[in-house]
Ligand binder design. Structure first.
Ligand code: 4LM
Length: 396
């Protein structure tokens, strides 16, 4: 490769395929080796001591780092345009390690009004057991964000689009408010993946993902990642990741690397299919309240166009006849599977009020915009005619 070539900034899909691993010089293995080991042998006792003291680079023990996991972390960091990434055993392990690394007793977290159920559950644990308060706030409105920031606010934590209402928050605004008020901004980018949205480019500080979803893409693993500055991620690595221990196993890192190689191709198909499915649902006489950022009727369509490179694969909607009719429709589906999770190549459909967001108290759920009859559809990469055919027969 010429030096000119090596200075070129490579495109997203090229990085998705190649970043983080070069064919092993010893064996020539094209695929990333799975370093299925718990510990690493030191060439000498002195080397081991220096590695523990942080005076010399090198692997020590797989809770502190593993070459297969490092390859994944380098790939994710490049795709999210961050300095460093860390991989975790689940999205919740990433989210909890990041938040625990940022707050102490007496602090306050300002959150989007609308969060994945277990993130809400973790905030409740922080509040009940560790005296870390939180406020849920409609962040579509700048004034309400400014009103809710307190002296002790240390973190602004958001999802955008929000699971499952698809409401969108202006990332540039959040990044700016964070800087002006010296508050760390954390964005859960699970619904978009770095192919469609990169919050760090808008001045936000930390990105977290449930890598179980679009990053993995095949419904065969549970994982999480966090991305940000080297300084912040090293702080997490050597505190709440190392000492709580929610690390990713090498085999799951290998599966994630394999999944990410096709991320851009999959996201294009998810977005293309979801647009057609959303238009079908919107035109169906039995369906109401279709929430998909790619629809012209979507209240934040213009903001979505501005900060997202595509509209993704998630749609929420209700049936005019309500909850019972919605559940009946879900039971009649043949191709689409009734399951939680999202972002898989398979289309998945679920009922947030009784499933993913059931831990959120009813009153709060309604304030979040999660009606009792709301249904969430994660559109897969099957032939779109077959997805629409299945929905049509289930609605008939
Ligand atoms: C679901 N979601 O919605 P792990 N952040 C977001 C999520 O949607 C999720 C997590 C974090 C669903 C799981 C059953 C926006 C999860 C948590 O499940 O811990 O990898 O991620 O269907």
């Amino acid at each position: 490769m010429s030096s000119k070539e090596s200075n070129r900034e490579q495109g997203f899909q090229t990085l998705a395929v190649h970043k983080g691993y070069k064919p092993d010089p010893l064996t020539g293995s094209l695929a990333l080796p799975i370093h299925q080991t718990s510990t690493f042998v030191f060439p000498s006792a002195e080397t081991g001591g220096r590695r523990f003291a942080g005076e010399e680079e090198g692997y020590v023990y797989s809770r502190l780092g593993n070459p297969t996991v490092t390859a994944l972390e380098e790939k994710i960091a490049a795709l999210e345009k961050g300095e460093k990434a860390l991989a975790f055993a689940s999205g919740m392990a990433a989210i909890s390690a990041v938040l625990l690394g940022l707050v102490r007793s007496g602090d306050h977290i300002l959150c989007s009004r609308g969060l994945y159920g277990c993130t809400f559950g973790f905030l409740s644990i922080l509040k009940d057991k560790f005296n870390v308060d939180y406020t849920l706030c409609d962040m579509r409105d700048k004034e309400s964000i400014l009103r809710e920031i307190k002296e002790n606010t240390k973190v602004i934590y958001i999802e955008t689009p929000i699971n499952p209402t698809m409401q969108i928050i202006d990332l540039a605004l959040i990044g700016q408010i964070g800087k002006e008020h010296n508050v760390t901004t954390v964005v859960d980018n699970t619904f978009m993946s770095p192919y469609l949205q990169r919050p760090l480019e808008y001045g936000c500080d930390v990105v977290v993902h449930s890598a179980t979803k679009y990053l993995g893409g095949h419904g065969d693993l549970v994982a999480g990642v966090a991305v940000g500055t080297k300084e912040f991620l090293e702080h997490i690595q050597f505190t709440t990741q190392k000492d709580i221990g929610g690390i990713l196993a090498p085999f799951d890192a290998f599966l994630l690397v394999r999944g990410i190689k096709t991320l851009g191709v999959r996201m294009d198909r998810h977005s293309e299919n979801a647009q057609k499915v959303a238009e079908f649902l919107e035109s169906h006489p039995k369906v109401t309240n279709v929430m998909y950022p790619g629809l012209k009727s979507f209240p934040q369509h213009e903001l979505a166009k501005r900060q997202m490179d595509g509209f993704g694969g998630l749609i929420s909607f209700e049936l005019k006849e309500g909850l019972e009719a919605g559940l009946n429709m879900m039971n009649k589906l043949e191709l689409l599977k009734c399951a939680v999770s999202l972002g898989d190549v398979d289309s998945l459909i679920q009922h947030p009020a009784s499933m993913t967001h059931s831990v959120v108290p009813h009153e709060e759920r309604i304030k979040m915009g999660i009606a009792d009859g709301l249904i969430r559809l994660s559109v897969g990469i099957e032939n779109v005619e077959d997805i629409i055919y299945d929905l049509e027969q289930a609605l008939s």
